[in-house]
Design a protein around this ligand. Structure first.
Ligand code: SF4
Length: 457
């Protein structure tokens, strides 16, 4: 397995300086919208505490709640299937499509199906899966993966989208008016909705008490797909449960505000049972979740409701782009989930953080993301997966900091040497830190020396 180097991938993104700034500013704007919206309701922190406690309850009772959910969903006339991994999930979807003679499929946004690689799997079997979320359709045309879990095409500008639409749905060359492009996408997707025999959706919340589930979208595309097609396949990670219908309001109030600053998603659609003559399936997917649940330090990551707020606030994500993480879920939450999936491959992700804690501060379900990032770093280092150069540098630094005489000596030497070292050496290719930064002027003395001279004054 090839180790993914976050810093190297980030270098690719920041080559385009203008895009880096635009990406940073756009996501910061979304973060500010979140702040305004959260500050608009005095009970915000109570909502976060309640959501966090509810999800804690779910994680500690997940066995009972899943059985309760399954029983109630079956009683509603829904067929429930279980998948231990991505392969089994994809196989279930394929079997359902085959059994029901499905030809045309529409799909609304689902991170889980991205995680399972469902589109590629079905395409290999000869199916054409049409993503109906506008952002997802754009990146599907461009043969790209989502770079953000809520705003999948956030790395593209309207000019890029104009070109993509010109190539795929015949919009005017050079057109970049968002209203024109959106209308063209709407007309294109309407035809796909009408032709579809099956609609695949994700699940935002599965309610154990009722066996029903809720899908949140801003475009109504999940509703359009499921209402027109005869088959509805809902793909749900097992951690998406909430115990009672009464818990739902708390999460709905938190989700959209945290994601975009909206008070609620435009469509929060409740599904309970198939309409007469139609079929509804729910596939409950593990794919590594129970393993993560067994990791005491990291199980809280399963509380995530995929709002994307931790990405919008993260100074590293905003300036390195979603693709630099090379995982389905990027950003801070991705950096604590991905090492649990493949420690070797994703061993650099927990280091892609300033550990400022902003991710934990905005998280609506109060996941201690920055603490888990720090714990993953320790785990990765103890298990020999940390970068060799970095490990050696940290060892030397630790040794030096632990010996005051050596520290003073090295500090004095460095101050002297830096005065005479030419810039070509100080800012050589070995000094990655210095690529975009200047060192401050070298001080005459250390703080310790200054303090000893001045403390009595
Ligand atoms: S970790 Fe928290 S802030 Fe990040 S996506 Fe999940 S719920 Fe949102």
């Amino acid at each position: 397995m090839k180790i993914h180097q976050h810093a190297k991938a980030a270098e690719e993104f920041i080559k385009d300086d203008a895009r880096t700034h635009w990406h940073d500013d756009t996501l910061w704007h979304v973060r500010q919208n979140r702040d305004k919206s959260a500050q608009g309701i005095p009970e915000w922190e109570t909502l976060r505490d309640t959501a966090s406690a509810t999800k804690d309850y779910v994680l500690s009772h997940i066995d009972e709640l899943l059985v309760q959910f399954e029983e109630n969903a079956k009683a509603n006339g829904v067929e429930v299937l279980w998948a231990k991994d991505a392969e089994e999930h994809n196989q279930h979807v394929y079997n359902i499509l085959k059994e029901n003679g499905v030809k045309n499929i529409v799909k609304s946004k689902s991170i889980l199906t991205e995680e399972c690689g469902l589109n590629h799997y079905l395409e290999d079997k000869g199916y054409d899966v049409v993503d109906t979320d506008l952002g997802e359709r754009i990146i599907q045309f461009a043969k790209q993966a989502p770079s953000h879990i809520v705003l999948p095409a956030i790395h593209l500008k309207k000019q890029d989208i104009g070109e993509i639409f010109h190539d795929h749905i015949g919009t005017n060359k050079g057109a970049e008016d968002p209203q024109y492009l959106t209308e063209a996408a709407r007309q294109h997707l309407r035809k796909k909705f009408v032709q579809a025999n099956a609609a695949i959706t994700g699940v935002n919340f599965g309610i154990a008490e009722t066996g029903g589930f809720v899908v949140c979208t801003n475009e109504g595309n999940a509703d359009m797909g499921t209402h027109l097609a005869d088959i509805h396949i809902a793909c749900m990670g097992i951690e998406k449960l909430i115990p009672r219908a009464a818990d739902l309001g708390v999460f709905l109030r938190l989700l959209a505000r945290s994601a975009t600053g909206q008070s609620i998603t435009n469509y929060s659609s409740h599904f309970h049972k198939p309409a007469p003559g139609k079929k509804m399936y729910i596939i409950l997917v593990d794919n590594g979740r129970t393993k993560q649940l067994g990791r005491e330090d990291f199980k809280n990551s399963l509380k995530c409701i995929r709002c994307g707020a931790c990405m919008n606030t993260c100074p590293i994500y905003r300036r390195s782009g979603g693709y630099s993480y090379n995982s389905t879920v990027p950003g801070p939450i991705g950096s604590i989930l991905s090492p649990g999936i493949d420690l070797k491959k994703y061993s650099t992700l927990p280091f892609a953080s300033t550990l400022c804690g902003s991710c934990s501060d905005v998280c609506p379900v109060k996941i201690n993301i920055h603490e888990q990032l720090y714990k993953w770093r320790q785990f990765i280092t103890e298990n020999g997966e940390a970068d060799g150069g970095k490990k050696l540098a940290m060892k030397l630094a630790g040794y030096t900091f632990g010996k005051p005489v050596l520290y003073d000596l090295m500090g004095g030497l460095a101050r002297k040497a830096l005065k005479f070292t030419p810039d070509s050496l100080v800012y050589s290719s070995l000094n990655v830190w210095g690529k975009h930064r200047d060192l401050p002027d070298v001080p005459k003395e250390s703080f310790k020396e200054w303090y000893q001279k001045n403390r009595k004054k």
